[in-house]
Design a protein around this ligand. Structure first.
Ligand SMILES: NC(=O)C1=CN([C@@H]2O[C@H](COP(=O)(O)OP(=O)(O)OC[C@H]3O[C@@H](n4cnc5c(N)ncnc54)[C@H](OP(=O)(O)O)[C@@H]3O)[C@@H](O)[C@H]2O)C=CC1
Ligand SMILES: O=C(O)C1=N[C@H](C(=O)O)C[C@H](O)C1
Length: 267
């Protein structure tokens, strides 16, 4: 199966080129990055120091749409929407790792699932996917007896906050407790905030240096505290998961899936 990577010159894109090369049964068919980039026309293999692969970096998915069966997008939300429309029109499968999509953009993504198979996850690491299951269990057991805080840290280049993973963790916990995250989320605190409302879910964001990605969900009660933490020290976990999702999508015709589906963890 041929894979196309969009955002191929980025941090994740370059890691994905290596991950596709290492995955049995997959070959790199296309690579795309932003129009105007000085790297357009470069060989994707040379971007990652692997020598020529014969796949040149294109500036428009439509120019290479026939060169891949499944595309993997790690870009920015505006580009992701263009890629969803292109894949939907051409009947291509799509793995999306981009975070920070608006509710409206997510609605269009889900509508595209009527025609093509899409995998959409804020975090493709197996560890975070497992943490989401653990968080569901923890929230159900601890209920409204604890204060819940989500703390995340990422590198200084990250453009969205809180991270998609932090929001996904908050969604899982809120849903397990029968709350709507839109109503109970508190993003950062400052000034005379008053005492904490137990039914809120707090989010704290750190942006510093080259931190790959760290998430902690704290369940703090009277006399004890539980923390579920995931720390990524390499982007390769995300890339391997996304490539695994691309291979898994080959068997699906349409629908929107996530990493829980890929790993067979869906209840
Ligand atoms: N789901 C997951 O497991 C993970 C998700 N992510 C998410 O993936 C996204 C990318 O992260 P990261 O790789 O660190 O970011 P980078 O900025 O390093 O990479 C994004 C790449 O996309 C390019 N790009 C921008 N606009 C377009 C366009 N219109 N068409 C094609 N390419 C475009 C950028 O070019 P330029 O820089 O020149 O603008 C850049 O090369 C983020 O949303 C991040 O949160 C990250 C890690 C894991
Ligand atoms: O931008 C990143 O780097 C990451 N983004 C994802 C997110 O927003 O959750 C996943 C990972 O934590 C790395």
């Amino acid at each position: 199966m041929k894979v196309g990577i969009i955002g191929a010159a980025g941090r994740m894109g370059r890691t994905l080129i290596e991950a596709v090369q290492a995955f049995d049964g997959l070959v790199l068919g296309a690579a795309v990055d932003v129009p105007g980039s000085s790297l357009i026309g470069a060989d994707a293999g040379e971007l990652v120091g692997q020598g020529k692969l014969g796949v040149l970096l294109a500036d428009d998915i439509n120019k290479v749409i026939n060169d891949a069966d499944v595309f993997i997008d790690f870009t920015i939300p505006e580009a992701t929407m263009v890629n969803i429309r292109a894949c939907r029109a051409a009947g291509r499968r799509l793995v999306i790792g981009t975070t920070g999509l608006t509710d409206e953009q997510k609605a269009e993504l889900h509508a595209a699932g009527a025609d093509i198979a899409i995998c959409f996850a804020a975090n493709y690491s197996v560890g975070v996917t497992l943490c989401l299951k653990l968080l569901d269990t923890a929230a159900r057991v601890l209920g409204d007896e604890v204060d819940i805080e989500v703390i995340e840290a990422h590198h200084r280049h990250k453009i969205d906050a809180p991270s998609g993973t932090a929001l996904a963790m908050g969604e899982v916990v809120a849903s397990a407790l029968g709350r709507d995250l839109k109503d109970c989320a508190v993003y950062g605190r400052e000034g005379r905030t008053g005492a904490r409302d137990r039914k809120t879910i707090g989010f704290e964001t750190i942006r510093a240096g080259d931190i790959v990605g760290e998430h902690t969900v704290m369940f703090a009660g009277e006399g004890e505290r539980i923390e579920i933490t995931h720390k990524a020290s390499s982007r390769m976990n995300f890339a391997r998961g996304a490539v695994r999702a691309a291979a898994w999508l080959a068997e699906r015709e349409r629908g929107v899936f996530d990493m829980q589906d890929v790993l067979g963890l869906r209840d």
